[in-house]
Each structure stands twice: as structure tokens, then as C-alpha cells.
Design a binder for this molecule. Structure first.
Ligand SMILES: O=C(O)C1=C[C@@H](OP(=O)(O)O)[C@@H](O)[C@H](O)C1
Ligand SMILES: C=C(OP(=O)(O)O)C(=O)O
Length: 408
């Protein structure tokens, strides 16, 4: 499904409720499988959370987690540590290109029985669950924090708990802190000091209900929209100032674009007044890689330049996001330079109209470009990809006055 996207109204007003954070949801689903006394409210309705829930329910045989990176990584640690379970964990063509060796090596050193059924270092994996009683494991922390969260999530269910030693510069660290925060909320003791994580063994938890905060990465597209519009007032419910999600740094980053965040009781309101914007911005996104596409497109729309750094993880996400951003932004006539971990955009005054955005099976390519519809007409190819994290994305954009219609 290709969608033509446009909007000529430069004053954006509305109230929305975005689905629950997929990162929090996928952690809580694993924890619920380990500790059935846990109840979850506002669970994400994303494809990634649905495949996670279905995989946990199935629990044996061949399990296909499609494009869901967190499901792939968290379930590898989960099944490897469930004695007697046998699964083949597989995924989409892209998932079979996303590396998992660091996690598999760590689990194997802990005594897990995992084999690669196709290419060494990549899914699919044949996992025969075993009792794991190793006390300590170390692994490189500079490739994906998901490997570390995967170990943390099962750590308390191991008879001795687990000490995880992180080597190298830690990437996407807020996601590790999110995992730790949720473990503590569930009733598991743990700490993270000086590159070492300690999780205490925990057999049972007291019954409790945890409400998932809405998804800050999804909120980024409304920050972008507010920044690009002349004036805006967009209320998003179920967001909090003390978020566990690192992408809540959006509220600070988008101040540079003139978007002010008002924190209400369980909501945020994004306000934009007419005003000056800088010519360029520079950001290190090592801690918030999922908002890189959003920020790059905001700058493109505002005729600004940007230098985004700390992007070394983008090459192994749903697509190579650095190459994809360069290819799609340049279709508008702008100039983009990329290295293995950065992206530089030169300001571009006249954006081409009617550009067709390829989305590369990447939800964030579709959603990041959508707000650009305020500046120029564009077509988003395979627009249904948004369901990976945010199935109502297009209808929510329509609620804010966007014209969205099927096209060739
Ligand atoms: O743990 C998580 O929920 C996530 C961690 C990040 O991945 P990396 O640690 O691989 O950067 C992020 O990009 C992803 O969307 C979700
Ligand atoms: C990278 C992402 O997800 P995952 O790694 O879980 O596939 C994302 O949602 O941007």
C-alpha cells in the first residue's frame, strides 16, 4: 500500500493516545512469562509485541518473530534458560542478517545449547533449553544493548542470579536502565555500577500490575510535526516526566526547534509558537538511536543542516538506516554525507515535490518522512510497515488534519 501524504494547514491541533511502549511491553511480556503474578496494562498493540506474546504462548517448535529485534534477542536468552524446551527461533530475511553472535557466545559460555541453522552469527537459531547456573558473564556492550537486556531479563530466574560485566563503550544505555527499572518495579533486586550489572536470584514476586507508559519513540513524529508547523498544540496522553524511556530526551532536543513540552498529569502537550530556528543542529544520539531518522527529516523540512553522531548501531537495525536516509533525503534535492556512525545534512531550500519514499521494511522510515507532508507532497511506499511499532500511525496523522490516500 502506497500512501500520498500532504497537509496545507500549518496550525496543528489535537489530542492523541499512542499505544504502549514496545520496548517496555516486550520486557514485561518476558517477565510475565517468568513471574505469572505480573499483570500488564496498556500493553503495546505493535506487531513486535504481538509476535513476542505469540512466541511465548507457543513455547516450542519453529517460532518466527518476523522483524522484531527485541523479540529475537530476548527470546534467545529466555528459551536457552528454560530447561527441556526445544525451539527454532527464526525471523524475516532482514532478521537473518541482523547479528546475534555476541549474545549467543555469552549464553554458550554460560552453558547454553544454541546452534546456528544457517549462517554463523545470525538467526535462525536452534535452542535446547538448559538449566543455567553460571554466576558471571562478560560481553561487549558497544554493538547492541538488546543483548545485555536479554541476559538481564532472565538473570533473576537463574538459581544464582547473574553478574554481567560490560566491555567497551556502552551503547543505547538508557535501554539497559529501562530493563533495570522494570526489574525493580516487578520486585527484583539489581544494580548497575561501574560497568557491572548484578541481578539477584528471585523465585517469586508479589502479584502486581504495571502500566506501560506510551511510546516516546512514536511521540517523536509529533515533535517533528510540531517543529515543522508554524504553530501547534498537540496533547499526547499517558506520558510522564519521569520516563524509563531514553527517547524522552526528545523534550529537550526539540526545544532547539522551538517546541516546548508541558508536562501535565499523565500527559504531555507539545507547543510550538511562530519563531526563530537555528541554521543547524548537532546531536550525539548514541543513547537514542531510534530518533535519528525523525531529527534528520525535521531538519530537511526546516531547511536546516544537521550533524548527527553516535549512529554506529543504525546499520544493523530494520535496514541500514544510514544508507536509507541518505538515499531518500537526496531524492528531495538535498545533500547528505554519511560515515559508519554519523550523518551530515546540508540545508536545502527548494524541496522536490511528489517524491516517492522507499521504506525498506522499516517502520521508522515511513513515520519519519510523514511530517514532511507539511512542506511538500510526497508518497510513502509500503506504508503499512508502521504496524511494527505503531499500527494507528496513519489514522492518528489524519486526526491532525493530514490528507492520506492510497495511490500507485
Ligand atoms: O531494548 C530495546 O527495547 C531497544 C534497544 C535499542 O536497540 P540497540 O541497543 O540495538 O541500539 C533500540 O534501537 C531498539 O529499538 C529497542
Ligand atoms: C530498532 C528497532 O527495533 P528492533 O531492534 O527491536 O527491531 C526500532 O524499533 O527502531
Amino acid at each position: 500500500m502506497n500512501l500520498a501524504v500532504s497537509n496545507t494547514n500549518n496550525n496543528i491541533q489535537g489530542n492523541l493516545k499512542i499505544t504502549g511502549s514496545k520496548s517496555e511491553s516486550n520486557r514485561l511480556l518476558i517477565l510475565q512469562a517468568l513471574y505469572p503474578g505480573l499483570k500488564i496494562e496498556n500493553l503495546s498493540n505493535s506487531d513486535d509485541s504481538q509476535v513476542m506474546a505469540a512466541a511465548l504462548q507457543k513455547g516450542n517448535g519453529e517460532i518466527d518473530i518476523h522483524h522484531a529485534g527485541t523479540a529475537m534477542r530476548f527470546l534467545t536468552a529466555y528459551f536457552a534458560s528454560r530447561e527441556g524446551v526445544e525451539v527454532i527461533l527464526t525471523g524475516s530475511k532482514r532478521m537473518r542478517e541482523r547479528p546475534i553472535r555476541l549474545l549467543v557466545d555469552a549464553l554458550q559460555r554460560m552453558g547454553a545449547d544454541i546452534e546456528y541453522t544457517q549462517d554463523e552469527g545470525y538467526p535462525p537459531l536452534k535452542i535446547r533449553g538448559k538449566k543455567i547456573s553460571t554466576k558471571t558473564v562478560s560481553l561487549a556492550a558497544n554493538v547492541s544493548s538488546q543483548y545485555i537486556s536479554a541476559l538481564m531479563l532472565v538473570a533473576a530466574s537463574l538459581p544464582n542470579g547473574l553478574e554481567i560485566i560490560l566491555n567497551g563503550q556502552v551503547t543505547s544505555e538508557p535501554y539497559i536502565l529501562m530493563t533495570l527499572g522494570l526489574l525493580k518495579q516487578v520486585g527484583i533486586d539489581g544494580e548497575y555500577v561501574n560497568g557491572r550489572i548484578f541481578i539477584q536470584p528471585t523465585k517469586d514476586i508479589a502479584a502486581k500490575t504495571i502500566a506501560v507508559e506510551s511510546d516516546w519513540s512514536s511521540a517523536s513524529y509529533f515533535y517533528s510535526l510540531a517543529a515543522i508547523s508554524e504553530t501547534a498544540e498537540i496533547k499526547l496522553s499517558n506520558f510522564n516526566k519521569n520516563s524509563k524511556q531514553g527517547d524522552s530526551c526528545l523534550s529537550q532536543i526539540y526545544e532547539k526547534f522551538g517546541v516546548v513540552t508541558e508536562f501535565g498529569k499523565n500527559s504531555i502537550t507539545l507547543k510550538k509558537e511562530k519563531g526563530q530556528k537555528p541554521n543547524r543542529i548537532s546531536e550525539d544520539l548514541r543513547n537514542a538511536p531510534d530518533i535519528a531518522q525523525t531529527i534528520a527529516v525535521t531538519c530537511l523540512a526546516l531547511n536546516m543542516g544537521c550533524e548527527l553522531k553516535g549512529l554506529h548501531t543504525l546499520k544493523i537495525k530494520e535496514t541500514d538506516r544510514l544508507e536509507a536516509l541518505k538515499a531518500e533525503i537526496e531524492k528531495f534535492g538535498a545533500e547528505v554525507k554519511i560515515s559508519k556512525d554519523s550523518l551530515t545534512l546540508r540545508p536545502c531550500r527548494n524541496l522536490k515535490e511528489g517524491v516517492k519514499i522507499a521504506t525498506y521494511n522499516d517502520h521508522r522510515m515511513a513515520m519519519a518522512f510523514a511530517p514532511l507532508g507539511l512542506r511538500t507532497k510526497l508518497i510513502v511506499e509500503d506504508a503499512g510497515v508502521v504496524s511494527k511499532s505503531y499500527p494507528e500511525f496513519w489514522s492518528d496523522f489524519e486526526k491532525l488534519g493530514f490528507q492520506v490516500s492510497e495511490t500507485n
